[in-house]
Design a protein around this ligand. Structure first.
Ligand SMILES: [Fe+2]
Length: 449
């Protein structure tokens, strides 16, 4: 393989080069490049303790090998930035475009998602070299760009950085699933864990009056296209739990016969949990019963279930069934957005490198909403649908969100694997209702009695 610096990559030329003052242009270039490098470095940091053998395993069709994430995020910048604005760029291995395209039909054919674990070449080392070569191209492009060019590149580069953050989260949830298959239960990260079964803030419900509220992003700053158009929505009176449901509370549901009582379950949920192919679910993903005690696999290893922590790795079906058992329901995404409207974005995020949800201390403000951001994505009862007036954009990047608006449910708030500066009030995550390998949990809502 050729060294990255032999790649054909030329800085853009044009009449507009450095039209504005050199100082101003430089600072903007440097700022953008610094943001790019910080984002790429964090991806590498997450992988720092992984061995090459860890990085190639695909433990189920939803999971991608770490190596694939490293390559695909580089493919994104190569395809949508380098190939567009560096016309003399020639890929060293053109077939990477096929191997590392995920789902963008307009960008060409792609390798099958469920076969990613069969690809032993490029090696992990070659993948890092591919990654470095793209980083060099992007650096060269940004360093030589004038303001007019930066105006063109910045929105796509920003999308690529947000895309990278999404894959950082997937990389973590995917490697967790990979390591969980190993009877040795490898530790991804030794980190501080909460004391076991600490006291938890009591559950309270915060009431909200009926209101017509504005939903969606106001277009100031970056957002995904699925967060708009901003529009009015009527939200009827409701109340919302002050915190996430804990492992201890979910255990009570299990002890009440949760998985054996069809009255709590949606029909599709009941079918799913009793499907022999899914080994008949009887607990959240990663929970194992040993000698009458529940243990779970975490990114810090195999541990006794901590009843104080928010329950996570639940499917929508399990979250909905718990809410039914508790005499409540899941909130709609509009209720969630209304409730969170004035709250700061604070919480347990990937930045903390804890990689697991944390309990709410009993000393916290029990009358206010806690854990709205971070810890665990909150299933809502809202189907993932376009907002009024939404149209997906043209071309391959128009495939980013819009084509998935069928058969998925919306989740809000981010998780312990989400970056703090990635999530926001209007952020709409979405997964099929049976998926539970993400850090997914729940918060209860109620109608007025
Ligand atoms: Fe992607």
């Amino acid at each position: 393989m050729k060294a990255p610096d032999t790649l054909v990559a030329e800085a853009p030329r044009g009449p507009g080069e450095f039209r504005s003052s050199q100082t101003e242009a430089r600072s903007r270039n440097e700022d953008l490049l610094a943001r790019y490098r910080a984002m790429r470095d964090f991806t590498a940091r997450l992988c720092r303790d992984l061995e090459p053998e860890d990085c190639v395993v695909q433990s189920m069709p939803d999971v991608s090998p770490t190596k694939w994430h490293l390559a695909h995020t580089s493919w994104f910048f190569e395809t949508f930035v380098v190939k567009i604005w560096m016309p003399r760029y020639r890929p060293e291995v053109p077939q990477y475009a096929y191997l590392f395209n995920s789902y963008y039909n307009a960008a060409g054919d792609m390798h099958r998602r469920d076969l990613r674990g069969l690809i032993s070449r490029p090696t992990v080392a070659e993948t890092y070299r591919f990654r470095d070569s793209i980083d060099q191209c992007v650096a060269q492009l940004l360093e030589g760009a004038d303001d007019a060019l930066l105006d063109e590149i910045e929105p796509v580069l920003t999308l690529g950085l947000n895309h990278e953050q999404q894959h950082q989260e997937l990389l973590l949830t995917d490697i967790k699933h990979v390591l969980a298959q190993n009877p040795l239960y490898p530790v991804f990260s030794e980190n501080a864990v909460a004391p076991e079964n600490d006291s938890v803030a009591p559950q309270r419900f915060v009431e909200f009056e009926e209101a017509t509220v504005m939903i969606g992003h106001d277009s100031a700053g970056f957002c995904y296209d699925n967060e708009g158009p901003r529009h009015r929505a009527l939200v009827l009176p409701f109340s919302l739990s002050n915190r996430l449901i804990t492992n201890g509370e979910y255990l009570e549901f299990m002890e009440a016969g949760a998985y054996t009582r069809p009255e709590f379950w949606l029909s599709l949920g009941w079918t799913t949990i009793n499907d022999p192919a899914s080994a008949r679910w009887r607990a959240p993903l990663y929970w194992v019963e040993r000698d009458g005690e529940w243990w779970n696999f975490t990114l810090s290893g195999f541990r006794r279930v901590n009843e104080s922590e928010p329950v996570t790795h639940l499917s929508y079906f399990e979250a909905d069934a718990y809410a039914n058992w508790a005499g409540a329901r899941l909130p709609t995404e509009f209720e969630w957005e209304r409730a969170a409207a004035e709250l700061p974005i604070i919480g347990n995020f990937v930045d903390d490198e804890r990689f697991h949800p944390a309990p709410v201390s009993s000393s916290s403000d029990v009358n206010g909403l806690q854990q709205m951001y971070g810890d665990a994505w909150e299933w809502t009862r809202s189907a993932y649908l376009p907002y009024p007036g939404y149209r997906a954009g043209p071309g391959a990047l128009g495939e980013y969100n819009g084509k998935f608006m069928c058969n998925q449910m919306v989740l809000r708030g981010g998780s312990c694997a989400t970056s703090r500066n990635h999530v926001r009030l209007t952020y709409r995550n979405f997964f099929q209702p049976e998926k539970r390998w993400q850090f997914t949990g729940l918060r209860l809502a109620r109608d007025p009695s």
